[in-house]
Design a protein around this ligand. Sequence first.
Ligand SMILES: [Zn+2]
Ligand SMILES: [Zn+2]
Ligand SMILES: [Zn+2]
Length: 260
Amino acid sequence: MNLIAVAKSLKAFTQKNATLEAIYKEICSNKSIPFKNFLKPIDLIKVVFLTKKILNGEDPKEIMSKLDNNLFLFSTVEFEKNEQELDCEKCSGDGKVTCTSCNRDGMKECNMCGGSGEDEYGDDCDYCHGWGRVECTDCNGTHYSQKCSQCEGYGYYFTEDYVPYEIGYYVSYDETFKTTLEQKLLRNDTEEPILNSEKTFLLSMNFIGAKDGESENIKGIFANTTHLLEVNTEDVGENLIYKNGKISPTGFYNDLDKFK
Ligand SMILES: [Zn+2]
Ligand SMILES: [Zn+2]
Ligand SMILES: [Zn+2]
């Protein structure tokens, strides 16, 4: 398939100033763009870059050989703050739980008469006036106002052992940038890389909420800021699949996979 011709046909579907991400999203989500299912994921990525060139009024042929030879993938992982506000599981964030001392109507059996409503002489019980039941004192008759014991009524709690993280998967043909990334990896430099938005775009962002207890492992292995995880210069095409309306990288990032 002639990818430049495909990219030219996409001009009609994209805004003039569209970013690479916007072009990519449009191709993946617009149902009236028919050919995407016939394109290999790697070609779909090339088409995104080519379309951007065309929108810029530049010659798309210029980058064709770069796209064929220099495309690479890389990933970053970004940790959220480790002090996370989590909804209390016991009360679902209400801060209150149902009273266990009474029935749904907030009433419980009268202690004085044992629920009979009568005193020892067969008269109405002074305490419950013959009803046999009295308002529950634990919840003042509301049946729903016992302070949750797990969160002490706050409805949420903070945890220090819960470090959710996001893995970003990017694609690029920026050779200079690739060198920068590889040097960062060697130095274990965790500073977030600065992208050239004309040559690099975000394929997908996966948010992963680590379970309690796993966070310390994760933090032990990776820095607690943005961390360059991996640069993949192998055959990019083989590391990509197209599913659920987007291109997903596959076959690497093993270090974090086990924490999913
Ligand atoms: Zn009574
Ligand atoms: Zn009660
Ligand atoms: Zn609670």
